[in-house]
Design a protein around this ligand. Structure first.
Ligand code: CA
Length: 638
């Protein structure tokens, strides 16, 4: 006899987004609680388990739903440092109570907007018990069978440079079957993109992660189509610290987010990471975003000396940039006293300074200085006080330990202390930011990507540069700012522009990445020689390009192949397109939202040299874009 899945003792609740297309169905049967997701009547996630196992009660089995409420949510907020500046969030919220066999209660909240779902678990105090350790989450995502994946693996812990991994610096595989096991066998890091055959796209991530939880990831596939939420690996942080997060009661887990679309538009334009979180503190001063130069990217460790830094300060001044970033070893190679002099010199040129620090600590073998200043509050505050006295505006902190709760505590402590001393913070060798632009007003960037340094380290990254650039706007960079450190106008990736690895992409491709990649402070990879040897049209563009945006629009693309998107800064629109293919790409782009505007049209000519022409867009007609292989196009409205 067949047992119908949902009939016997099943209890079903549904909640849909305001336009009714995105729908979550929650069911309670056979002692479990499950959810599924539909968009426009098409299944995007099948029957997927909810719940968690804790040290005070098991909320994964013998569960019954005892009550539920729904309510609409609406808020408008302004936000700097992300892809949009004014955001109107509308959702329907379902909160339901589940009880386990011991009559202990857990609350599950779903917020469903037109293309985004956020959900989390909440526990109250249970009698005398005022804290909880979460042993494991049942949370999982079960995909329809036609699904393919766009994922990057979690690394082994304590491998790589000075045993600094994992650090979200692994390669993506596009359009892989769900049966593909991750490279290291530890599953995949957020965000995770899935293509549901011809039905649409799903992006999974999480937000609201602070000192009260760990960063999570996805398991390798189970039962052919199920990805389970996993906590950090015990080996992370040199084996120190627990993998099981703990929080005080009442308290909640982070929000897990599911962005759903029939096209990639909602994936590129989502703001759910910031919609469901609140600022943790007020900014202590007016933080100024902008552009910077940094010698380390092309000239490497040998350039961290006074004279070379002056050359990069002069470059920043010549470009009209706000910042220079002085990277590792400044403490010994320049020294604390001369640093005072260097900062004064930079300020005299109208350039402010970011200074590199290591985060460590006992969690790796880093020698590059300064070390052991950011890992404990006593040294950290002393150092930050000195930085503030010098007039340094920010720190870049590198080489974190992993995703355990103790590392999340360190990120939050650094951000909070830095705000006390008027310092902005960029993280490198680090985890994915999870809602942090909204939570922390002095947070201005994270690497958490195979960033520009890899183009120097090996030819493979140069060969893959265009491919990777077409992934980030759909995956890594859509959920949080990405400190990539790119835009090279050197053809060869060394100090003399005459050796090292060879750039495969065109100059206009490089300009396009200044718009495609979003980070509120961009340290560009320009070099002093570019003032003489780079095409003037590129330098003029790089002097003008902003790093703060009011709006983003997906226009066209496919992760791993090509991308066309538009960003607005004030009244000005920037349309950026790049092609990862080996053939010229011809597209008819719908730019009707621009009307009949005159644009500066940057493109590669027949010899792949950069050209700029003024053109008038025709209203009511698609705009033809012809993009060279590993080339790009940028259009800028007047
Ligand atoms: Ca790195």
């Amino acid at each position: 006899m067949l047992i119908p899945m949902l009939s016997v003792s099943a209890q079903e609740m549904k909640v849909a987004g305001p336009d009714g297309k995105l729908q979550v169905t929650v069911s309670n049967h056979w002692g479990g609680v499950y959810y599924s997701v539909d968009y426009n009547g098409k299944t995007m996630l099948e029957h997927s388990p909810l719940g968690m196992q804790t040290n005070i009660g098991d909320f994964t089995k013998d569960l019954s739903v005892t009550s539920h409420v729904t309510r609409p949510i609406e808020k408008t907020y302004r936000q700097d440092r992300i892809k949009a500046s004014e955001i109107h969030y509308q959702a329907n919220e379902l909160i339901f109570t589940v009880e386990n066999a011991s009559k202990q209660k857990m609350y599950i909240t779903f917020r469903v907007s037109n293309n985004d779902i956020a959900f989390r678990y909440t526990l109250e105090r249970i009698g005398e018990t005022g804290s909880v350790v979460v042993k494991d989450e049942a949370t999982a995502f079960s995909f329809p069978e036609q699904t393919t994946t766009f994922l990057t693996p979690q690394s082994d812990a304590m491998i790589g440079w000075k045993r600094t991994k994992p650090s979200y610096e692994e390669e993506y595989v596009a359009d892989a079957p769900m049966t593909r096991i991750s490279h290291y066998g530890h599953g995949f890091t957020f965000p995770c993109l899935f293509k549901i055959g011809d039905d649409g796209w799903v992006l999974l991530s999480e937000t609201d992660v602070d000192s009260r939880y760990c960063g999570s990831r996805l398991s390798d596939v189970k039962e052919g189509s199920v990805y389970k939420l996993e906590f950090p690996m015990p080996e992370e942080n040199n084996g120190n610290g627990t993998v099981e997060p703990a929080f005080a009661l009442p308290g909640s887990t982070p929000w897990r987010t599911i962005t759903v679309g029939e096209t990639l538009k909602p994936i590129v334009e989502t703001t759910v990471m910031w919609d469901v979180v609140e600022p943790r503190y007020e900014p202590s001063c007016d933080y100024r975003m902008g552009r910077g130069t940094w010698s380390w990217i092309l000239w490497q460790d040998g350039s961290i000396n006074y004279d070379d830094q002056v050359k990069y300060i002069d470059l920043a001044a010549a470009m009209g940039y706000e910042y220079v970033l002085v990277d590792n070893w400044w403490d010994t190679n320049i020294g604390y006293e001369r640093m005072e002099q260097l900062v004064k010199h930079a300020q005299s040129k109208g350039v402010d300074v970011f200074l590199w620090h290591s985060s460590s600590g006992y969690w790796n073998d880093i020698e590059q200085g300064p070390v052991h200043l950011m890992d404990n509050p006593i040294q950290r505050k002393k150092q930050m006080k000195w930085l503030q006295k010098l007039g340094v505006k920010g720190v870049k902190i590198d080489f974190f330990g992993g995703d355990k709760q103790e590392t999340m505590r360190l990120y939050e402590a650094i951000l909070s202390d830095a705000n006390e001393y008027g310092l902005m913070v960029i993280f490198h060798g680090c985890t994915l930011p999870r809602g942090w632009e909204r939570m922390y007003p002095n947070y201005v960037g994270s690497e958490a990507v195979l960033a520009s340094e890899n183009l120097i380290f090996g030819q493979h990254a140069c060969d893959m540069e265009a491919y990777n650039a077409t992934l980030h706007p759909f995956i890594r960079n859509t959920v949080g700012c990405m400190e990539f450190g790119g835009v090279f106008l050197n053809k060869r990736m060394n100090r003399g522009n005459d050796g090292g690895t060879t750039r495969r992409t065109t100059d206009v491709f490089q300009l396009a990445t200044a718009v495609l990649f979003q980070n509120p402070i961009q340290n560009f990879a320009l070099a002093p020689n570019n003032l003489q040897d780079a095409p003037q049209v590129c330098l003029d563009f790089m002097k003008e390009v902003p790093t703060e945006w009011d709006e983003v629009r997906y226009i066209d693309g496919y992760p791993g192949k090509y991308v066309v998107l538009a960003r607005r800064h004030g009244e000005k629109w920037y349309v950026a397109a790049v092609n990862a293919g080996k053939e010229t790409l011809k597209l008819n782009a719908d730019l009707s939202f621009l009307g009949e505007k005159v644009v500066s049209w940057y493109a590669d000519d027949k010899n792949l040299q950069p050209q700029m022409q003024e053109k008038k867009l025709k209203a009511g007609k698609p705009t033809q874009l012809v993009i060279a292989p590993q080339g790009g196009i940028v259009l800028v409205t007047e």
